[in-house]
Design a protein around this ligand. Structure first.
Ligand code: 5AD
Ligand code: SF4
Length: 451
């Protein structure tokens, strides 16, 4: 049977989508890029903000029509919802979309082929399966189970790949649904991570991006029975043959250590760029968010990273309109971003999430104020991003080419500073690592010339 996966949300979801592809391809299913060619549609969902939820339900509506048409023709069309909405809103899904066949939380994706097999084994199209209140619902929160059961084999892999080393979160930031969708923090064993990294490099992967909700609080059991931190893991992965670049994301400012910063100085293949979500520039709001760092702590992180890699590039995330955020708090965020000048930053309007502390706070901010603040912040952040790209003109960066571009002879890659760089040069191939001189900037990316 042919399956299609639509991915929503973060890089951890992209990793899960590729692992579900491994599971299904090993069981004889075939991946297709267009839902029109599929007999199974998988929606790997995100529930970080309400918008992502709404998008899912409109996609599900369209899939329902497809399922109905297939049933009219006596064919099966399975609809599967996986990921964070499946975990946090399984009941709502069953109520609002009773035609969904399988619901699997992020820690149950390894079982997807078995679940499909259970439904399709008899080959019959039972009318009752169109609206049957979902045949399979699995929403465990045990990440250990998932990693123990995912297959060793990989389907196709690109030049740059994600590798989840840590999942879940114990921080309970007051706005965040992650502890409810991915469970408590779990670090994979060092040997397990290394085995996967070795398999990736053996397949020609050149860049590995280590993933974790809180990647810099990684604490995995080492082969020496000791607990290894992220710094130690990075030193070891750096030794792998064929690997030319490593990155890690997402970091929490409260867990940035001098030891981790030192790895950036000592390991040349560790990219000098760190995604370090600040969320706010006001200590009062950071406390209400339960972030457990202050603005000064954040500045100290920046200092220790820059001391070790003076060319370090920082990117970040911000939330505006968090409950109780005053004009003065927001001004502090504006002053903070002016001071740091992030190379790139994402910003969002606060979105209340079920079962979180912030959703219950009474001083919620009106939508119009959130919109105004978001517009003001994004204008400044975009200015800084453009400035960063402009400043890089004339500089030589190292680009790992990951795909072909839309134009003739065009290749697209990323610099060590995570900038998207494109060149037109027929001597370049996907997987090449080249020195490139940046010649000009275009919207969100830059154009270069191989030197
Ligand atoms: N509302 C708005 N933005 C959120 N984020 C996380 N939870 C929420 C929420 N409830 C943002 C944070 C985080 C990024 C992935 O999404 O900025 O770093
Ligand atoms: Fe979305 Fe968070 Fe789940 Fe990633 S972990 S898919 S960002 S809710």
């Amino acid at each position: 049977m042919k399956f299609f996966i639509k991915n929503y949300g973060c890089q951890m979801n992209l990793y899960d989508s590729s692992r579900m592809t491994d599971v299904l391809c090993m069981s004889g299913y075939e991946l297709v890029q267009d839902i029109c060619d599929a007999e199974i549609a998988i929606f790997n969902t995100c529930s970080i903000r309400e918008k992502a939820n709404e998008k899912l339900f409109s996609d599900l509506g369209r899939a329902k029509s497809r399922k109905f048409a297939a049933h009219q023709d006596g064919k099966k069309f399975l609809i599967i919802v996986t990921g964070c909405v499946a975990q946090a809103h399984a009941q709502e899904l069953q109520r609002r979309a009773s035609y969904v066949d399988i619901i699997l939380g992020p820690q149950d994706i390894h079982g997807i082929a078995d679940c499909i097999h259970n439904i399709t084994a008899d080959g019959n199209v039972d009318e009752s399966t169109f609206n049957n209140n979902c045949i399979t619902v699995q929403t465990n929160l045990n990440a250990n189970n998932k990693f123990a059961h995912l297959p060793d084999n990989f389907f196709r892999r690109g030049v740059s790949e994600f590798l989840t080393i840590q999942e879940g979160c114990n921080n309970f930031c007051s706005y965040c649904c992650v502890p409810h969708t991915r469970g408590r923090e779990y670090s994979r064993d060092v040997e397990d991570v290394l085995a996967e990294a070795r398999r990736l490099t053996a397949m020609g992967v050149k860049e590995i991006v280590l993933l974790g909700q809180n990647v810099n609080s990684y604490a995995g059991q080492g082969p020496d029975a000791k607990i290894w931190n992220l710094a130690r893991l990075l030193y070891t992965i750096a030794e792998l043959n064929g690997l030319v670049r490593m990155r890690y994301t997402t970091s929490n400012p409260k867990d940035v250590t001098a030891e981790l910063a030192k790895v950036h100085r000592e390991v040349p293949i560790l990219a000098p760029s760190v995604h370090l979500p600040a969320q706010s520039g006001s200590d009062r709001i950071l406390a209400r968010m339960n972030r457990r760092y202050s603005v000064d702590d954040y500045y100290r992180c920046v200092d220790v990273l820059m001391e070790n890699r003076p060319d370090m590039v920082l990117t970040s995330d911000f939330i505006v309109g968090f409950p109780g955020e005053t004009d003065d708090d927001f001004e502090k965020t504006m002053r903070f971003v002016e001071k740091i000048k992030f190379a790139n930053a994402y910003s969002f309007k606060y979105s209340p999430r079920a079962n979180t502390a912030a959703a219950k706070m009474d001083d919620q901010i009106p939508e119009s104020v959130k919109s105004e603040r978001l517009k003001a912040l994004q204008r400044v952040l975009l200015e800084h991003q453009k400035q960063f790209n402009k400043n890089s003109v004339g500089k030589t960066v190292q680009v790992l080419f990951v795909k072909e571009g839309n134009h003739k002879n065009q290749s697209v890659g990323r610099s060590e500073y995570s900038q998207a760089v494109s060149v037109c040069d027929n001597s370049i191939g996907v997987g090449d690592l080249c020195n490139v001189k940046i010649v000009k900037t275009v919207s969100h990316s830059v154009i270069g010339m191989v030197v």
